[in-house]
Design a protein around this ligand. Structure first.
Ligand code: ATP
Ligand code: MG
Length: 401
């Protein structure tokens, strides 16, 4: 069975980039690229560490996530690869063991570099097995904004421990994992600091604990303003009507009124994206297109709306997002909020010219299921009459109502 490290058996010049990569960022990639140019190793091998013993006081993200982020960020460069060696290792993970192992795998006499930033180099003597490590490979040491090289310390490493250290004036980038985690946690933009795929992975998996969404009145007004400029006047009026109706329904049925108005505000935020934009965003935001969605791309506006609410308006409340995502098709196991948004969308007070409207309004506050059933049955018949497919989620919803 081939192993991920097979290529190393023939690799006579390797550069290793160790780190926690929590997350990998553009600083790491710039450094690796510069090393590739300057030192021409056959490969730069990124080695995400296990839970590092020298990083107390902060809970390093699960290795699988760090591995995936790192791999997806670097895999398109033919000379970059990522090793699972440390994250798969049981017990504490030490760089010295990794470098010893790589020495064993690479052909005898191979040149092996360890890429290291100024901050890490200045504390290398505190690492487990530092003396042995210093003799196992050559070091490519990079300047890092905010950290000084202590010339005396480096001279000591050279003289006392025989270390070979190449000081490399690589790119100077003021980016750190710590800063990126902090920005995520505070809901600030991180664009330009790390590769998009890594950002998406972190976001999709809420790796750096998104803050509680801001559902305040003032944020509502801000978002309402941007939705008003985003949508056509007709659609914005419908949005306002849906908010009014959703608030009333939520109050009547004992649902969370504030969540109802947020879901109503954002439910159509992606509706007027062009078909091409919808298709592209589905791909980019990993929204899988089944047959029906692919044939009728407009239906995805509810799924895209939920994703856009999260990404663009920082609304990461799962109940609100689900209500937005279900508002077109409905779905299995709909919550009270899901049904309220679905119904409010149907019967918004500004809506006219919709045949079952009066009947739906008559039942809305006495028998919500009946009101929904009337609307959904009408829609299904209408779609079938026009030869359109019915989404399976709608069938699921209809079974329940
Ligand atoms: P954290 O803030 O979580 O420590 P980090 O940005 O330092 O994250 P690490 O995974 O700890 O990233 O770093 C891996 C290696 O990359 C270390 O040798 C570190 O010194 C180096 N490094 C990271 N960012 C930079 C940078 N901007 N400039 C130079 N070296 C860097
Ligand atoms: Mg660090």
């Amino acid at each position: 069975m081939p192993s991920a490290h097979d290529f190393l058996e023939r690799c006579d010049k390797l550069a290793v980039m160790g780190g926690t990569f929590d997350p990998i960022h553009n600083g790491h990639i710039a450094i690796a690229s510069a090393v590739l140019q300057e030192f021409s190793p056959r490969r730069v091998l990124f080695v995400p560490g296990g839970r590092p013993p020298h990083k107390p006081g902060y809970d390093v993200t699960n290795g699988e996530h760090r591995f995936k982020m790192t791999l997806s960020a670097v895999c398109e460069n033919p000379a970059f690869d990522v090793s699972r060696m440390e994250i798969d290792r049981k017990g504490p993970s030490y760089t010295v063991d990794t470098m010893a192992k790589l020495r064993e795998i690479c052909p005898p006499g191979a040149k092996i570099y360890f890429i290291i930033g100024a901050d890490a180099l200045m504390e290398i003597l505190t690492w487990h097995g530092a003396e042995k490590l210093l003799g196992l490979c050559e070091f490519i040491a990079l300047h890092r904004p905010g950290y000084d090289f202590d010339e005396k310390y480096i001279e000591d490493l050279r003289e006392k421990y025989g270390a070979i250290i190449h000081i490399f004036e690589g790119p100077l980038l003021q980016i750190s994992g710590t800063e990126i985690r902090k920005k995520f946690a505070e809901g600030q933009a991180v664009g330009g600091l790390l590769p998009r795929v890594a950002e998406d992975h972190a976001r999709e998996n809420s790796l750096y604990s998104l803050p509680a969404p801001d559902l305040s009145q003032s944020h509502f007004e801000t978002v309402k303003l941007s939705i008003s400029t985003l949508l056509s006047p007709r659609r914005f009026k419908h949005t306002l009507g849906t908010i009014i109706e959703a608030e009333k329904l939520a109050a009547h049925y004992g649902a969370d009124v504030n969540k109802a108005r947020w879901a109503a505000l954002l439910h159509d935020c992606a509706k007027e994206f062009s078909a091409a934009k919808k298709r592209l965003l589905c791909e980019r935001w990993c929204i899988a297109l089944d047959e029906v969605l692919s044939a009728h791309i407009d239906i995805t506006h509810s799924l895209l709306g939920a994703e856009s609410a999260r990404r663009n308006y920082q609304i990461n409340d799962p109940e609100i997002l689900q209500a937005i995502a279900f508002h077109t098709t409905g779905g299995a196991n709909m919550t009270l909020l899901d049904k309220i948004i679905l119904l409010a969308d149907f019967i918004d007070p500004y809506r006219e010219d919709y045949p079952p409207l009066e009947e739906m309004r008559r039942h809305a506050y006495t028998d919500m299921k009946k009101a929904l059933r009337i609307g959904m049955e009408y829609n299904v018949q209408d779609l079938q009459a026009r030869g359109n497919a019915i989404h399976p989620w709608t069938r699921d919803a209809m079974k329940e109502i």
